[in-house]
Every structure is written in C-alpha cells, then in structure tokens.
Design a protein around this ligand. Structure first.
Ligand SMILES: C[S@@+](CC[C@H](N)C(=O)[O-])C[C@H]1O[C@@H](n2cnc3c(N)ncnc32)[C@H](O)[C@@H]1O
Length: 279
C-alpha cells in the first residue's frame, strides 16, 4: 500500500472515542482509491451531507467554520462542492486534525485552515473572523465529558450549557447548522432526553435556540424509506409556541409517516438551521 494512504489510515483509525466516524470524501476516494467502511444503516454522512449541501447551495456562503470537524468529511466535501468558499476546521483530536492537513497537502487545498484546539465558550474570541455559517454537528452533547467539564456535571445541564453557548455564538456566525445526540457524551445510560421521545428532543432544541436569540429557519428529519432528510412542515413550527399539545400531535403523526421510531438513535437526531434573529 502506498505510504501516504497508510499514513491516512493510521491517522483515521486512532483509538479515540470519535474514531472511525466519518466517510472519506468522494473526491478523495476517487483520486486515491482509499476508503473506509462506515455502516450507514446505523450512522452516516451521505444523507445529511446531501441536505446540508442543498441548503448551502441556495445561499451565498463565503466562509464556513466546522466545529468538531473530525476527519474533515464536511469541510473537504463542501470545499469541493462550493467553489470559492473558505473553511475553518476545528478538531482537537491531533491525529484527526493531521488527517485533514494531510488531505489538504495531497490535494493542494489552500482555502482551509485547521485549528487543533477545542472550541469552548471562553475561547470564541480566538476565532479572528466572523463566519457566514457554522456546522455544530454532534458536538454539544459531549460538553461536560469531552470539554468544559466544570460547566456540565449532569446530563440535563447540557441544555443550559447549550443555551449559553448559542447565545454567545452570535459573535461567531450568523447561521448555524446544528445536530445533537440524545445521550450525554454518547453514554446510553445518561440520556439528555429519552431516545424514545423525539418530540422532547425537538421541542427542547427549538426552545433553547429561541431563548438564546436564534430563529429556527428549518428543521429536517431523516426519512428512512427515501433515505433522505426532509424539512418539517411549517405548521408544526407554527404551533409549538402557542399550542404545545397540538404541536406534539402534529409532530407525532408526521413522524409516523416517516417511520422514525424504527430509526437508530443517530437518525432520530434532527438537523436544525438557525439564523441570528438580530440579522
Ligand atoms: C461525535 S463527533 C462528530 C463529528 C462531526 N461533527 C460529525 O457530525 O460528523 C464529535 C467531534 O467533536 C470533536 N470535539 C470534541 N470537543 C470539541 C470542542 N470543544 N471543540 C471542537 N471540537 C470538539 C471531537 O474530537 C469529535 O471529532
């Protein structure tokens, strides 16, 4: 095996908690003949990437910050698919940050900056520029476990932490694509919301985002049959503020139609698009 691919493989498969998580971007697979197997039945990038790319293609986005970039699937794929954007990939795992740098070097990608330090509320100021869009995908339910250990001591405290984080985050970006896991630090014995209660996850996310000063522009869920994310009908978003039980009923019947109860915990996580209400 070519030495470069071997190096990539070793960096990819380090023994940390978030290892062997993301797909290899398709342009890398095609050019190097290198891929890693992710069982997309259980967790995957293809469907969420398609949704995120479709959304970003409609906007004029020049700069993206990918917080918890992992091995750079989103950072690199977006760089290829959205010409002229600049990307900042933040990934504290040194091997994974190095994996991203290695791909940058092989493909001579210069519009991407890698920061291998954790982003926490206290160091938002270290990001020197403001971004058009931030990806915060599956990071914040690890607060208190992977980072900011002193700020979240119990699973339910993730919600207050997230509200504070999002509130301060308006300095960093005017748009956020957010995804959150049900279990604190990924530990099934410590749910922040029971996996069976998708409505609770949705309404907690909705309320936290609103209280922290963000408008909820779109919410999307994975439809198992079509294997793609679809945007939630506006009627559900419209009722949540004034008729909680009606909104739960509408939500549940929509969920029935997409067979969400049989999805894995990962595919029960909605994708939220938040926009700064001050804009
Ligand atoms: C569950 S993975 C999600 C990866 C990716 N965002 C996705 O959804 O495919 C969480 C990632 O966040 C990173 N991470 C953990 N704490 C972080 C922090 N304080 N700032 C930035 N990234 C962090 C981890 O190293 C890991 O790569």
């Amino acid at each position: 095996m070519n030495e470069r691919i071997l190096k990539l493989k070793n960096l990819y498969k380090d023994s940390s908690k978030h290892s062997t998580y993301q797909n290899i971007p398709s342009f890398v697979q095609e050019a190097l003949g290198y891929q890693e197997h992710i069982n997309e039945e259980w967790r995957g990038d293809t469907a969420r990437y398609k949704f995120i790319l479709g959304f970003l293609q409609e906007l004029k986005v020049d700069s993206i910050v990918d917080i918890g970039a992992n091995t750079g699937f989103f950072s690199h794929s977006l760089m290829k698919d959205l010409p002229n954007i600049s990307v900042t990939a933040i990934e504290p795992n040194k091997n994974h940050a190095e994996f991203i740098r290695e791909i940058n070097e092989i493909f001579n990608l210069t519009n991407i900056k890698v920061i291998d330090k954790p982003l926490q509320i206290e160091n938002f100021d270290t990001l020197q520029n403001e971004f058009d869009c931030a990806l915060i995908l599956n990071v914040l339910h690890h607060a208190g476990v992977d980072f900011d250990q002193d700020k979240v001591k119990e699973p339910y405290e993730v919600w207050d932490y997230m509200e504070n984080y999002l509130n301060k985050f308006s300095k960093v970006s005017s748009l956020i694509i957010l995804q959150l896991g049900y279990n604190w630090g990924g530990d099934k014995t410590k749910p922040i919301v029971p996996t069976s209660d998708c409505y609770q996850m949705f309404s907690n996310l909705y309320n936290s985002a609103q209280r922290s000063g963000w408008n909820i522009r779109e919410v999307a869920y994975y439809f198992k049959r079509e294997q793609e994310y679809k945007t939630m009908p506006q009627s559900i978003l419209d009722t949540i503020d004034n008729d909680e039980s009606k909104s739960r009923d509408l939500f549940n019947s929509w969920c029935l139609s997409m067979d969400i109860s049989t999805s894995s915990e990962f595919y029960k996580r909605p994708l939220l698009i938040l926009e700064n209400s001050a804009n």
